[in-house]
Structure formats: C-alpha cells, structure tokens
Design a protein around this ligand. Structure first.
Ligand SMILES: C[S@@+](CC[C@H](N)C(=O)[O-])C[C@H]1O[C@@H](n2cnc3c(N)ncnc32)[C@H](O)[C@@H]1O
Length: 298
C-alpha cells in the first residue's frame, strides 16, 4: 500500500505543482468542495491531480477494507466480475488489487473489471490485467448493465451514487430495471460520501427495493445500514501501511502560502482565499470511511 500511495501521490504532486506554476494561481483548488451538492469539475487535470492528493490514500484504504470484506464471501475465491460505476481513476480497483494480494492473489488472475466513467481520468493502473476495461461514457447511455458485462457478480458505486441529479438517478433505476441479472448471488456496494450520507444511503435503499420488487432478490441486512468507524482516529492506527508522503503533506497543510499570485503580490485575490485554502488538507482519519455492502440472493 505504501508503495502505491507514494507512486500515485508523487505523480499527482508533480503534475499539480507544474500546472500551478503554469496557471499562476490557486483559484481552482480554492473552490474545490463537495458541500451543498457542489461537484468539482473532474474534466480539469488540475482538479484531478488535486483530488488525488486529497483523497487517493484515504479512499485506497477504504476500498481495500471493502474488498477485504467481499473476499470473505466464498463465491469470490474464484474468478469474478466487477462493474464500477463512476470509477474515476479506478481507485476501487487499486484497493481490490491490494486486498487480493493479502490472499496471495492478484487482480490479473482473479478479476474481470469494467470501470465506467463519464470523465477520462488519469492515474489509472491495470496491474497487467488483460480483463481490465475502462469505458468513458455516461452510464445512462447503456440499455442494460449486461451490455457492459454479460456476467454481473459485483456492482460498486465508489463515492458516486450521490453524484447523479435526481432525474438521472431515476434514469439509473430504470437501467437497473431493464437489466436481466442472471446471477442468483450478487453483491452491490456503495462507498458513501461523508457530507452526503443521507442522500447516498436513501438512494441505495431505492435501488435495493427495486432489486427486490423487479428482480426477486432478497437482502439480509437492513437497507440503510452502513459500516463506519465509531471513533475517528488516524488511518494508520488501523492500517499500518497508510503513510501519506511527508513532503506532499507539508505542502498541502501549508497550501494557503503556496499561491504564486499571492506570493508575488503579497495579497490574496479574494477575501475567502486564505480560509478556503486552509481547509484543503488530505484525509488522514478514519471518519471518511463509510460504506454499504449488500449480499443479494434469490
Ligand atoms: C466522487 S467521484 C469518485 C471517483 C472515484 N470512484 C473515487 O473513488 O475516487 C464520482 C465519479 O462519478 C462519475 N460520474 C458521475 N455521473 C456519472 C455518469 N452518469 N456516468 C458515469 N460516471 C459518472 C464522475 O465523473 C466521477 O468520476
């Protein structure tokens, strides 16, 4: 894990600092936020690099944790298929690879992974898996999920279920309704965004109701239940291999003093710059880990 974090964060840091020099200001990073339904412009490479710096290490840990739980289910001792809706840079796939390595396996010998995202993200890694496919498309353009992969074992929404507008979420439910689901055992996972726990869990409940009513699946656990760490502590307390690279951390913590425009003119462009740049720390604690993993059977 430590090696992957160093590699990916190091690469994003190089890109971010080079782009910062070109842009000459930190305005785009200042406005990066998820509150009040704001969604960053993921098409911007500067935003992608910034997202990686803030979230990659912590989300890697979370997806690793999720897939460790998945791998305890006997069915997943064999080859299985994963569809990741809103996969981004395939962050959940990195976690899957790490979880498999703990069991002396690799994604290349165990998983057919199909990631879908409307945005073409950088920072992907197939880990030499010939069955790693990324499709840059709106998931709503598909008629059935089987058009992505005929065989559905795991469907994951990695921090993505709440990023659909209400109208698009209704269309997403229709896509699930039209799909055929030939497998009698299916796992649906959603990694929840901390700021939007209620909407993300409500959407999962709607999806599970549809899977019950339209496709006859039963789901053992309460539909609004989610896994989280009750007492937030540093991620390293539970995941010893979680180490955020120190030089990048120092930079992120001191971001308010890194704006080239401010350094040149000795003042910020806007009144809210300093405050907004102050709260852009990477995630280092367990409180962002929130996920739902449902085993569906019929
Ligand atoms: C919060 S990001 C999560 C990215 C990544 N899964 C992660 O864990 O870091 C949500 C992702 O969902 C994608 N997304 C949103 N709506 C989508 C749609 N209709 N079809 C495909 N991807 C979509 C966005 O482009 C974005 O990459």
């Amino acid at each position: 894990m430590r090696h992957i974090i160093n590699e990916v964060v190091g690469s994003a840091f190089g890109d971010f600092t080079a782009m910062l020099e070109e842009r000459g200001r930190l305005c785009d990073a200042k406005d990066f936020r998820f509150n009040e339904m704001a969604i960053p412009d993921y098409t911007d490479p500067f935003i992608q690099a910034f997202y990686i710096l803030r979230y990659f290490p912590a989300y890697l840990v979370e997806y690793y944790d999720i897939y460790k739980e998945l791998l305890e289910i006997p069915k997943f001792a064999n080859l299985f298929n994963v569809i990741s809706i809103g996969c981004g840079c395939g962050l959940d796939y990195y976690g899957l690879e790490l979880a498999l390595r703990d069991n002396d396996r690799t994604a290349a010998d165990s998983v057919c992974y199909s990631g879908i995202d409307i945005v073409d993200w950088g920072y992907r890694n197939s880990f030499n898996n010939d069955d790693y496919d990324i499709t840059i498309q709106n998931i709503l353009d598909f008629n059935r999920l089987e058009d992505i992969d005929e065989h559905l074992d795991v469907i994951i929404f990695p921090k993505s279920i709440g990023e659909f507008s209400d109208a698009d979420f209704t269309r997403l439910l229709r896509l699930f309704r039209r799909s055929t689901f030939d497998e009698n055992e299916l796992v649906i996972i959603s990694s929840i965004r901390k700021q939007h726990t209620i909407i993300d869990t409500q959407r999962m409940t709607s999806l599970l109701n549809l899977m019950k009513n339209e496709h006859n699946y039963t789901c053992g656990s309460p539909k609004d239940e989610y896994t989280y760490y009750r007492n937030p502590v540093g991620l390293r307390t539970h995941f010893y291999e979680f180490v955020y690279p120190q030089t990048v951390l120092d930079f992120m913590i001191d971001l308010k003093n890194k704006c080239p425009n401010m350094l040149e003119n000795d003042e910020y462009c806007e009144d809210d710059c300093e405050d907004n740049l102050r709260n852009k720390w990477p995630i280092l604690k367990t409180d962002h880990i929130r996920y739902q993993l449902f085993k569906l059977n019929r």
